[in-house]
Design a protein. Structure first.
Length: 314
């Protein structure tokens, strides 16, 4: 039985791949771990894929997936998760900033200590403070507060997962940053953390741009909403719509009563009238949105798909 799957997404990392592959093999052999190493080439324009083919010819444990174009790290991880067969899946970056020497301890925390997911914590970093470290601290603080998951480095690429975790979640858009949150909403609560070595980049340049500052918060909002209301949207839209509608109805009712008591007071020329009208319209729209969302879910093929941990006599 395969002990370990190591999933490595990459983009234009031809220089680092031979050293990374040899290092991982050395660690696995030394610790008697059967493994597969899955490289996912996310549309590289250099010779990365040829290097992967060469490494695979030399080592049967090396496997590869090549995207026709660049789809992003989340898509690469999702395909790697689909292909992984090991009992424990470890993800790491291809730029040699993650140390393969961390693999045995991460593996043991999942297999021996019972963690569903273990996230690395790069306590000492070699990244640029202004563009990476400070934004990372802010991002992690906000994510901890919103998700309730107490990790210092949510976006660390070095993570270990129990097999059923990665087979139970789907990673898309830019949601690789929030895999611990996705795992929590799927019902996997035992999340651990390990301080890991962060190495200075040896080859190439960082592939992450300014778009992460916009996409990251939007994806977090999506995860939080879908996690809470994905199977019961009416509870969100219906409640919000009802509150807004009642506010508008109450203000409108007050204006009508005031008009009846004091006919000289204008009804339509007063700002509260338009506020009330807007609230009634918005409330109705939110309520109808909830109905439409419920109809969509009712007709979805996976509407009654739930993760079952165990069954007894069934």
């Amino acid at each position: 039985m395969l002990c370990l799957s190591i999933v490595v997404p990459l983009l234009n990392e031809e220089e680092s791949l031979p050293e990374l592959s040899e290092w991982i093999n050395r660690v696995a052999v030394a610790n008697n771990l059967s493994y597969e190493l899955i490289f996912i080439d996310d549309g590289s324009t250099d010779e990365s894929w040829k290097v992967i083919e060469s490494l695979s010819n030399k080592n049967a444990a090396v496997k590869g997936i090549k995207f026709q174009r660049n789809y992003g790290k989340s898509a690469a991880l999702n395909e790697g998760f689909k292909a992984a067969q090991g009992n424990v899946i470890i993800t790491m970056d291809a730029d040699l900033q993650d140390s393969p020497d961390e693999i045995p301890a991460l593996y043991a925390m999942v297999m021996n200590d019972g963690y569903d997911l273990v996230s690395g914590w790069k306590k000492k970093r070699y990244d640029n403070a202004l563009t990476k470290n400070i934004p990372s601290k802010i991002y992690n603080s906000v994510t901890r507060r919103m998700s309730g998951i107490k990790l210092h480095d949510m976006n660390c690429g070095l993570k270990a997962y129990r097999k059923n975790v990665i087979k139970s979640i789907e990673v898309y858009s830019e949601m690789h940053r929030y895999i611990p949150v996705l795992a929590k909403w799927a019902g996997f609560r035992k999340v651990g953390e390990k301080v890991v070595e962060h190495r200075a980049r040896k080859f190439g340049v960082s592939k992450f741009g300014l778009s992460r500052f916009v996409n990251g918060p939007l994806d977090l909002a999506s995860i939080m909403f879908v996690g809470r209301y994905g199977k019961k949207p009416m509870q969100f839209f219906g409640l919000l719509g009802t509150i807004i509608f009642l506010i508008g109805f109450g203000v409108g009712g007050y204006l009508i009563v005031d008009k009846i008591i004091s006919p000289e007071n204008s009804l339509s020329n007063r700002p509260p009238f338009y506020i009330a009208l807007t609230c009634i319209i918005l409330g109705t729209m939110f309520f109808l949105t909830g109905f439409i969302a419920e109809l969509i879910i009712r007709n979805a093929p996976d509407r009654n798909h739930y993760l079952i941990e165990q069954k007894l006599k069934l």
